[in-house]
Design a protein around this ligand. Structure first.
Ligand code: CAO
Length: 439
């Protein structure tokens, strides 16, 4: 005979009004004891609340965004009378180390933002083996579900080998490995949201067979930026447009003003001019001063410009806030100060947050061009390389002109090649006659 039981929020420690960030089941789903029902988020951890009953979810009494406390009812479960005895007391679930929040909150920002997870498997301890119930995937911790989501892996398709049918990180990794080898051997790989289809596994090479080697662990910053750059590279359909701006007059002006420099006035840098000119172009092309958010484009009415700074530990992107409201000297002073802080590893999180667009200048080093990776969730990034004197035809003869190469990488989900070409033409126009920035 069927019987209805309530599942309540267990004791999760000294927390009140804890937010529900995920509801993992719906009415009609079959659940086992220990099947996760909801995920709670405190400011320190995400906590999965498992079912204390085995049966069918009859009603959910909470939704995402609700705040709950100890003893609040989450769901009612219809259990078989014979199964009623299997109820387990609601023991406190173990919190999972919270993944570092996106840089908007606290994380240091490199060319991209959130940090990789530090997964901790959490298992509560029910007495009964869980059966993989009907329409719910096998139980898995939030970090494993997130990993699966990021890799485009369907949890239903993965064989769980953990205790009580729980999915382990290894299970997801094994599934991905098998998908790879299926696709590389020509067998039909199941495309998982297209994320991994056709990709070969990373080659494993015994380098020591070929000569002496030394292994160095990657520093933390590089690991974080590597993970984020990979995500940005894989998830954003990048295209890069190239152009070159005639900065003959601008450089002459910069040299002149710097020659007249007094006291502790900061040197006017090419980077400051570039940032100022970019703000003006962003004003004219607002879709570049934006971020994609689901099916919406968030247009920003502020102009915070990031710039790539090369540091001994890797790349960092400090942000000049409200660059539209600052003069060239202020921008030059601020970029110098922020670059210094970045190199000393002393940038504060808030000095790397809120960027709308990034300028990555290798001009002081060299090169004729590169294809920078977009700093998600921005729409575009400007790469700048070394200005060079070039013969330019003026209609009658060749003239020596100082030309700076500009490389604009942009997100093809948001903008198109024609607008990117116009963006660069506008930028070149402003740099070749900087007075136009004031118009
Ligand atoms: N063409 C020719 N010369 C240039 C130039 C350009 N585009 N940009 C700068 N220079 C010259 C300047 O003239 C300057 O000489 P002066 O002393 O005569 O003014 C010299 O290079 C140094 O320039 P700067 O003081 O403006 O500093 P910078 O160009 O080095 O810019 C910063 C500062 C923070 C952007 C830079 O130090 C840096 O870290 N760049 C690396 C960014 C990076 O790594 N990008 C790659 C990201 S993708 O991995």
């Amino acid at each position: 005979m069927a019987n209805t039981k309530e599942v309540k929020v267990p004791d999760i420690g000294d927390f009140k009004d804890v937010s529900i960030i995920e509801v993992l089941v719906q009415p009609g789903d079959s659940v086992s004891i220990d099947t996760p029902l909801i995920v709670l988020e405190t400011d320190k951890a995400t906590i999965e609340v498992p079912s204390t009953e085995a049966g069918v979810v009859q009603r959910l009494t909470v939704k995402v965004g609700d705040r709950v406390n100890l003893g609040d009812v989450i769901a009612t479960i219809t259990v078989d009378a014979d199964e009623g005895e299997t109820t387990v007391p609601a023991s406190a679930p173990e919190p999972e180390a919270k993944e570092a929040p996106p840089a908007e909150k606290t994380a240091p920002s490199t060319l991209a933002e959130s940090q990789p997870a530090a997964p901790v498997e959490t298992l509560s301890d029910p007495p009964e083996p869980a059966t993989s119930g009907g329409s719910v995937p096998p139980p898995a911790s939030p970090s494993i579900r997130k990993l699966a989501r990021q890799l485009g892996v369907d949890l239903w398709a993965v064989t769980a080998t953990g205790p009580r049918g729980r999915l382990l990180r290894e299970d997801v990794e094994q599934y991905v490995r098998e998908s790879f080898s299926r696709s590389s051997s020509g067998a039909s790989a199941t495309p998982q949201n297209g994320a991994l289809a056709g990709m070969l596994p990373w080659p494993t090479v015994d380098f020591a067979k070929f000569g002496a080697i030394e292994r160095q662990p990657l520093v933390r910053l590089r690991k974080i930026s590597g993970a984020n750059l990979t995500r940005n590279w894989v998830m954003i359909p990048h295209v890069t447009n190239f152009d070159e701006a005639d900065i003959t007059e601008l450089e002459a002006f910069r040299q002149k003003v710097n020659g007249e420099q007094k006291g502790d006035e900061p040197k006017l840098t090419m980077l400051a001019f570039l940032i100022k000119a970019c703000v003006e172009v962003l004003r004219r092309y607002p879709e570049y001063n934006a971020s994609l958010d689901g099916e919406e484009l968030v247009l920003k009415r502020y102009f915070h410009i990031g710039f790539a700074a090369d540091t001994p530990n890797g790349l960092m992107v400090p942000v000049i806030r409200d660059a539209d409201q600052k003069g060239l000297r202020d921008i030059a002073r601020e970029t110098a100060e922020l670059a210094k802080l970045a190199r000393a590893g002393k940038l504060k999180p808030e000095q790397m947050q809120g960027g709308c667009f990034t300028v990555s200048s290798l001009g002081g080093i060299g090169g004729t061009g590169f294809t920078p990776i977009i700093n998600a969730p921005e729409v575009a990034i400007l790469g700048v390389t070394k200005a060079e004197m070039k013969p330019k035809w003026d209609g009658a003869q060749f003239q020596p002109r100082l030309m700076v190469p500009l490389n604009l990488s942009w997100d093809h989900r948001v903008v198109d090649g024609a607008s990117a070409a116009r963006f660069l033409v506008t930028l070149c126009g402003l740099l070749s006659d900087f007075r136009r920035v004031c118009l």
